[in-house]
Ligand binder design. Structure first.
Ligand code: 5AD
Ligand code: SF4
Length: 470
């Protein structure tokens, strides 16, 4: 596996517009052909898919929802846990079958699985029908690879790079909320995690580029941006800047709502807390992965904080950021986790009463240190722990939603409710999903909503006509 050098040159920025210059040549080949794009995994992948979609549509491809009709299938994959990989492999089986009867059916594998050496080996041996394998660092090369490969079968494997490509275009999923990459990669090397290997080392985009993107989004009518990074707290470390500075500058653009994900508890600074509490347009919502409540396991995970340090940070956030909602990630069944360790995790959940939690059973990733650790706990025991944990976290998310009953909250309405066409849906400042009884005209507006029902994972509410806060 190739890992980029830590001491890379300060300016690694490259402007990308090759495909725009060559647009007409590409369109001669691709105009009217159909693409099917499926995305697995985290927000980073969702956002990368917006870039992939932009490339495909600029080249002349037309979207199809039916894989059978496609000329190009792009799978933007996730490698974080084995079940994510299983889903992709299952779908590849279907694609392989479809390809047998067709000579104009190309399969492109993109995303984190492409950066896993063990999977690449597997592809070279068992999945020869895949036409293009593209990494997380060279999405901008997709047009070139498609053109080169469209009439011949060939596997192209690209690996990590230190570059930052500026000038990327995105075909965004929403007209109101936008993802904005502020950095790429992760240097934390938590012992269970594949991300530092699949996404490479931490590289920050320049502040001016990020601010320009946010200002352009604001001009285009976007109301909300979410700053994206594996650990946004580390922003600027490689270019002499800080996340608190960036966050403040983004807030000062005046865009209506600013969010960010994800923050590692280890380097969440007081300055960041101050900036969040100072600006009304920085949303009071923090995703703060705990992973475990046991110091022994946290150490084995290389998480760089203790349970007490996590709790102290949590308390400070609650005290300094009025109404803040905090969610978390927790892994159960990490190698060596005993019943006592697990109970410490439950204790932290009881103390923090999280607004929500994503919970996972540990999944060994080839190439990570934790995959080599001895693991005596049975899967059955792990599943029981997960069940117990989920009951507890669901109880607290229900409680936190119940507290909003009868209250009026701000909601950015982003679409029509899928289940009930008489409703629209959106998110509160604190990132809670609300189904709102109200007209479609509310879509794209921030409105006041009175909460009428509270479930574990969503709220119901009624639009308060007189209170549009645009
Ligand atoms: N097994 C289980 N969960 C994992 N996560 C990351 N790697 C693994 C793994 N190997 C979880 C962590 C992280 C979230 C995105 O996925 O909780 O915060
Ligand atoms: Fe993975 Fe840890 Fe980096 Fe998060 S901080 S992406 S869990 S290595």
């Amino acid at each position: 596996m190739h890992l980029p050098d830590l001491n890379v040159a300060k300016d690694r920025t490259r402007k990308e517009n090759v495909y725009i210059d060559l647009k007409e040549d590409y369109q001669k080949v691709f105009m009217g052909k159909k693409y099917f794009l499926r995305t697995y995994g985290c927000q980073m992948n969702v956002h990368d898919s917006e870039a992939i979609r932009n490339y495909l549509e600029t080249l002349g491809f037309v979207k199809t929802e039916r894989v059978e009709d496609a000329n190009v299938v792009v799978l933007n994959t996730c490698a974080i846990r084995e079940n994510a990989r299983d889903k992709v492999v299952g779908f590849l089986g279907k694609c392989h079958y479809l390809k047998k009867n067709r000579d104009d059916f190309k399969i492109v594998l993109a995303g984190c699985m492409s950066e896993q050496p063990d999977f690449i080996e597997n592809i070279l041996k068992n999945h020869k029908y895949i036409d293009i394998v593209i990494g997380t660092h060279n999405i901008h090369e997709l047009p070139k690879l498609l053109l080169e490969n469209f009439n011949k079968q060939e596997i192209e494997v690209y690996s990590n790079s230190d570059e930052i490509i500026e000038g990327m275009h995105y075909e965004r999923d929403s007209k109101y909320t936008a993802w904005v990459n502020i950095m790429y990669g992760c240097d934390k090397f938590c012992t269970y995690c594949i991300v530092p290997y699949t996404r490479g080392r931490e590289r920050s985009r320049k502040l001016e580029e990020i601010i320009k993107e946010v200002e352009d989004l604001k001009k285009a009518g976007y109301l909300e941006v979410t700053l994206l990074g594996q650990n946004v707290n580390a922003y600027g470390k490689d270019i002499g800047d800080t996340f608190s500075n960036l966050l403040e500058k983004v807030a000062q653009t005046g865009i209506k709502r600013v969010r960010f994900v994800t923050s590692h508890p280890w380097n969440f600074t007081d300055e960041m807390i101050k900036v969040i509490s100072k600006y009304e347009n920085i949303m009071p919502y923090i995703h703060l992965p705990l992973q475990s409540g046991s110091d022994r396991i946290l150490k084995r995970m290389n998480r760089r904080y203790t349970k007490e340090e996590y709790l102290a940070l949590f308390k400070k956030m609650k005290e300094m950021i009025p109404g803040v909602s905090i969610t978390t990630d927790i892994i159960v069944g990490f190698p060596g986790e005993t019943r006592e360790d697990f109970e410490e995790t439950l204790d932290v959940v009881k103390t923090c009463e999280f607004d929500g939690a994503y919970t996972f059973i540990f999944s060994p990733r080839v190439g990570t240190p934790a995959a080599l650790m001895e693991d005596k706990t049975s899967l059955k025991e792990k599943e029981e722990r997960l069940y117990e944990l989920n009951n507890l976290v669901n109880y607290y998310s229900h409680q936190s939603n119940q507290k909003l009953l009868g209250k009026e909250v701000s909601v950015l309405v982003i679409g029509e409710s899928e289940k009930d066409k008489s409703k629209v849906y959106g998110y509160t400042d604190t990132m809670k999903l609300v189904n709102v009884t109200g007209p479609k005209e509310l879509i794209g507006k921030i409105v006041k909503v009175k909460i009428t029902d509270a479930k574990s994972f969503s709220l119901d509410g009624e639009y308060q006509k007189e209170k549009i806060v645009m």
